[in-house]
Ligand binder design. Structure first.
Ligand SMILES: Cc1cc2nc3c(=O)[nH]c(=O)nc-3n(C[C@H](O)[C@H](O)[C@H](O)COP(=O)(O)OP(=O)(O)OC[C@H]3O[C@@H](n4cnc5c(N)ncnc54)[C@H](O)[C@@H]3O)c2cc1C
Length: 392
């Protein structure tokens, strides 16, 4: 049995950056990964091109019971630091939109970069290695695995959240945290499509595939981006973003016309084309199928000349404040992230070390810090992994 200085549980984004940093300090580092290869989520991220960070990353892009916790780590390892590494490795990238940086070619290049950096830093990586339990001894941690016992002076838990179980996600990190007397903020699926109840599914099922730019709001948060009707409910970037704020029972307010002064153009159409039916006119500004459906179930459809100024205001109010109560989310099967996790109360915000157990660290998605859609979750993995890697 080899005794390592640092044992890192999880060969994902956070674990690998932490390993590189600790290895560069001359620490003997072991990364344990239960899957057959490291960085599986990096490989599937961003449609295979990995949205590896965001130019506009700030602490405001993260959810946590303590919104201040992420500030220190994000300030000490910024998007520019990760971009510098990407550039050093000659990986071509581009900004897609809203500051989101993607590889020009493939996410494989990010995993190769991290693997090369690990090799240069002398990090040992064990794949197909499943850890079943961990104990703390006087001056080290002992881990039992299908490959026997492993020991480390420091133990870094980088085992991720519960999202996408078929990629190897487990609740093991939370179990370890509880074992070492840490509190868990209740985990729930984030960045996830929302589903409708049976009645709304019937009401909107013909709209499956319809997509449009909206502004969606819930719990004093709002996002402007695309929304997509699906067979089960609604999805698209705007909905994924708001899903992280949505709780069962909440109603979403959707503005179908965020960029136009809808009352003005409806009045203008009423003057210029008084015989046109409302659904025809709405079909010029909204996807036709959506305009038609709304006029079948929620808006009275008549020739424009028949609408009073108050009627037109009500039509606009409905289009700018379409209210829908999703029944649920699609759950961890399709969620990009897990909200909640190891409470930041028990962790140092500068090092990610446990305040209760010296030598124990939690980094990445297992911690109660969750980013918006757009490269922020990887940035948290890099920043928190870097922080722990300076001291573990
Ligand atoms: C489909 C999809 C697309 C995404 N796209 C993006 C994107 O483009 N940009 C972005 O910023 N974020 C994206 N995310 C989110 C991002 O992938 C995660 O936030 C990030 O990977 C978290 O890094 P992590 O290292 O904390 O956890 P993970 O990457 O989940 O790594 C944890 C690792 O620990 C291993 N592990 C778990 N339990 C054990 C155990 N008991 N023993 C040994 N190993 C264990 C797992 O196999 C896994 O490899 C996406 C997520 C999904 C699901």
């Amino acid at each position: 049995m080899i005794h390592y200085d640092v044992v890192i549980l999880g060969g994902g984004a956070a674990g690998l950056i932490c390993a590189i940093e600790a290895g560069k300090r001359g620490r003997r580092v072991l990364v344990i990964e239960r899957s057959e290869k490291i960085g599986k989520k990096i490989l599937i991220s961003g449609g295979g091109r990995c949205n590896f960070t965001n130019l506009q990353a700030t602490p405001e892009n993260f959810l946590s019971a303590n919104p201040h916790f992420c500030k220190s780590a994000l300030a000490r390892y910024t998007q520019w630091d990760f971009i510098a590494m990407v550039e050093r490795h000659g990986i071509a990238y581009h900004e897609k939109e809203l500051g989101q940086l993607f590889c020009d070619q493939s996410a494989k290049l990010i995993v190769k970069m991290l693997t090369d950096e690990c090799r240069a830093a002398g990090v040992r990586i064990e794949t197909d290695c499943v850890v079943s339990s961990a104990q703390r001894h006087a001056d080290n941690f002992a881990l039992q695995s299908n490959r026997g016992e492993m020991r480390g002076t420091s133990l870094v838990v980088a085992s991720g959240g519960l999202s996408v179980p078929k990629m190897g996600a487990t609740g093991f990190g939370y179990e370890l945290a509880r074992q070492f007397a840490h509190t868990i903020e209740p985990p729930r699926a984030g960045l996830v499509p929302l589903t409708f109840d049976a009645d709304d599914r019937v009401r909107y099922r013909d709209l499956s595939g319809v997509s449009l730019a909206v502004q969606v709001a819930c719990r004093r948060q709002s996002f402007s981006h695309a929304m997509l009707f699906t067979h089960h409910g609604i999805s698209g970037p705007a909905i994924l973003q708001i899903s992280s704020y949505w709780h069962p029972g909440d109603v979403l307010s959707v503005n179908f016309l965020p960029l136009s002064d809808s009352l003005e153009w409806l009045k203008e159409r009423q003057l210029s084309r008084p015989e046109s039916e409302l659904k025809t006119v709405l079909g010029e500004f909204l996807p036709k199928r959506l305009a038609q459906r709304l006029c079948e179930i929620q808006i009275d459809n008549r020739p424009l000349r028949q609408y009073t100024p108050q009627d037109l205001r009500e039509v606009c109010e409905l289009l700018q404040n379409w209210r829908i109560r999703p029944s649920d989310t699609e759950g961890y099967r399709t969620a990009e992230v897990t909200l909640g996790g190891v409470s930041t109360d028990g962790l140092s915000s500068t090092t990610m070390e446990s305040k209760k157990i010296p030598g124990l660290y939690f980094i990445g998605e297992v911690v109660d810090v969750t980013g918006h859609l757009g490269g922020f979750n990887f940035q948290w993995a890099w920043s928190s992994g870097f922080a722990a890697g300076q001291v573990a």
